[in-house]
Design a protein around this ligand. Structure first.
Ligand code: PBG
Length: 326
């Protein structure tokens, strides 16, 4: 019997020693900051259910991205909120659409940022679904055509990486083909591979006005009860040419992050989604938890579970804190 020779508390007595033996280190370099873009000028619209987050018009977005970059965060991911929505989400692949213009402006003025765009038509469709709808069904293969065009117009505008989030079958392969045919072989795809039909996207949908007008997203997003299926989704995306795979949401799905990490050699991203952010914000506003401590604990846990990259609305706050702590 080792006790009392082995006392694990010995290494916990001194702060400096704790730092030396720490297994997981969080850095601003791991983080990606999501941003919402709207039409207009001088717009910085607060999102009520996501305190501290805003919808930005392109002029102010550019300044915000520069600030994010100055905090040591390498990447941002953009979500477009168009003025015009229709059945087919056609403003998603308009060469002069909100995201295409935002990409041009950001790459022109903050070229050093890794600029990622979300590729999914739900913010652009009048019914709010991530695919073309016929008789109440979300059509898979017809939707792929929209996704191809959306990704290509983002590439033509100068985006650095595209991130399909719709969960249609075959979208990674379709987008890869389209980008390659158009000469964009060097633009990577970060696939939202295991994206669950989560209740934690509600604040995002308020922010992006993208709640489905009928039904829900369970015919395309994954059942939260399934884990093996996530591995299949990831394997298919890898086969289709994904460069980075993602699990989403993050904290309630740490087991999935770990399983994917153990099976796949590609970089793994995790998305700490809007509802995860809002839960922490709301409890902290009531004084029930300490915001900064919970933020760092959750981000560390997501990284410990195996995520290399974390998409999080806390990116700026975390980078500031990590910067201060060195
Ligand atoms: C779809 C998309 C969603 C999120 C990212 N991409 C919403 C959805 O699937 O309904 C949610 C992100 C979040 O909640 O922070 N374009």
């Amino acid at each position: 019997m080792a006790f009392p020779r082995q006392r694990l508390r010995r290494l916990r007595q001194h702060g400096a020693l704790r730092e030396m033996v720490r297994e997981t280190r969080l850095s601003p370099k791991n983080l990606v900051f999501p941003l919402f873009v709207v039409e207009g000028e001088g717009q910085r619209q607060p999102i009520p259910s996501m305190p501290g987050q805003f919808r930005w018009s392109i002029d102010l977005l550019v300044e915000e991205v520069a600030e994010v970059r100055a905090l040591g965060i390498p990447a941002v991911i953009l979500f477009g909120i168009p003025d015009r929505k229709d059945e087919r989400g056609s403003s998603a692949y308009d060469p002069n659409g909100i995201i295409q213009r935002a990409v041009r402006a950001v790459k022109d003025q903050v070229p050093e940022v890794m600029l990622i765009t979300d590729v999914c038509i739900d913010e652009y469709t009048s019914h709010g679904h991530c695919g073309i709808v016929r008789e109440g069904h979300i059509l898979n293969d017809e939707t792929l055509e929209c996704l191809r065009r959306m990704a290509r117009t983002h590439a033509e505008a100068g985006v650095d990486m595209v991130a399909p989030s719709d969960m249609m079958d075959g979208r990674v392969g379709a987008i890869r083909d389209e980008l390659d045919q158009a000469g964009f072989h060097e633009i990577p795809i970060m696939a939202y591979s295991a994206k669950y039909a989560s209740s934690l996207y509600a604040p995002f949908r308020e922010a992006a006005y993208s709640s489905p007008a009928f039904g829900d997203r369970r015919s395309y997003q994954m059942d939260p009860a399934n884990a093996r299926e996530a591995l299949q989704e990831v394997a298919l995306d890898v086969e289709e040419g994904a460069d980075i795979v993602m699990v989403k949401p993050a904290l309630p799905y740490l087991d999935i992050i770990r399983r994917v990490r153990d099976e796949v050699a590609l970089p793994l991203a995790a998305y700490q989604v809007s509802g995860e952010y809002s839960l922490i914000k709301a409890a902290a506003e009531r004084g029930w938890i300490q915001e900064e401590a919970v933020m760092l604990e959750t981000l560390t846990a997501i990284k410990r579970a195996g995520a290399d990259l974390i998409l999080t609305y806390f990116a700026k706050d975390a980078a500031r804190l990590l910067g201060e702590r060195g």
